[in-house]
Design a protein around this ligand. Sequence first.
Ligand SMILES: Cc1ncc(COP(=O)(O)O)c(C=O)c1O
Length: 400
Amino acid sequence: MKSRELIEMTERHSAQNYAPLEVVIRSGQNAWVEDVDGQRYIDCLSAYSAVNFGHQNPRITRAAHAQLDALTIISRAFYADTYAYLCKELCELSGKDKVLVMNSGAEAVETALKAARKWGYEEKGIPDNKAEIIVFADNFHGRTTTIVGFSTSPLSQKGFGPFAAGFRAVPFGDAAAVEAAITSNTAGVLFEPILGEGGIIIPPDGFIRSLREICSRRKVLMVADEIQTGLCRTGKLFACQHEDVEPDMYILGKSLGAGIVPISAVLANADVMRVFTPGTHGSTFGGNPFACAVAREVVALIREEKPQERAAELGAHMLARLKAMRSKVVKEVRGRGMMIGVDIDPAAGTAKDFCKKIIHEGVLCKDTRMQTVRLAPPLTISRQDLDLALDRIIGVFERA
Ligand SMILES: Cc1ncc(COP(=O)(O)O)c(C=O)c1O
């Protein structure tokens, strides 16, 4: 079936309305994908950073195949060998003592919120049901009812209330606003080191360090949602490392499953994680052997291949080329590593209009917010393919 027919069929039967961008993809290999009509594209979206290590990365698919032939799930009354190894290896990678493995990003965020609240009651003596979490304007942490309840996007929220209490949103990048919002009932501050869905917004220099200082001084947990920024995307293993900061909790997802399996994780030290006692948290598929085998290979790949170095180098090249373009429609280019946003002048059209033109040239990308084109190729892309993608992207912006 052709793309057009498949889009119509999907829209007839699927309740998820993605407002798709005209092409239906069938296969992928590293940074390249092919649609059902035989057209090839360079993937500059990477499933929103879920395929940091490329489509069909041979060492990861090999690990997945091997685990399929061994065991995919076991009743949660038992540990599996891959789970034991993954827990140890993720702790070693992150420098934290303990990990809780879940499935989706949103589920890991919920897990971190539960941990922060319970820690607040048990460690800080916050009165029952009064724990508060500080979040940021334009956050994106997922789609569960608790999480959309503290979103500041009316589209994410409207029609889905009532929402859980106990969240306060302050402007992103504003350390003084965080300080002012903290009360004796504040258990944690949940933040993205760079706003992803919020428009690739990089906070002012020093913000993450200030957040660390405030959280330590006021005895509040610093909870970094590194689901999009983590695992090398920004040129460091974790984006917090750009300011040499270690948060109290890391939340990981997306690329931990290498685009093969949904798997997420919350990492923290034992003084926080001890709040989870038997029976207080869990998930049928959380930490299943198949997902763990894939994530183990991701951890091994990171250790051996150091993709963050590649992300830093190729990201700097991307940023330099995009900043040097002569375009009347581009207002700003910003990014860190291979997580880049290009702002379009509203007078020239929306970001989505430009994404459609770029896709037409053979490069997959997507808008975020009305005016930002997001570019995030797999970190494994070759320099030659990256330059080809940039030629095509820059061509669209310069001709407009
Ligand atoms: C920063 C961040 N947190 C959480 C999520 C939610 O992850 P998931 O879609 O796997 O639930 C996302 C997804 O885009 C994200 O970018």
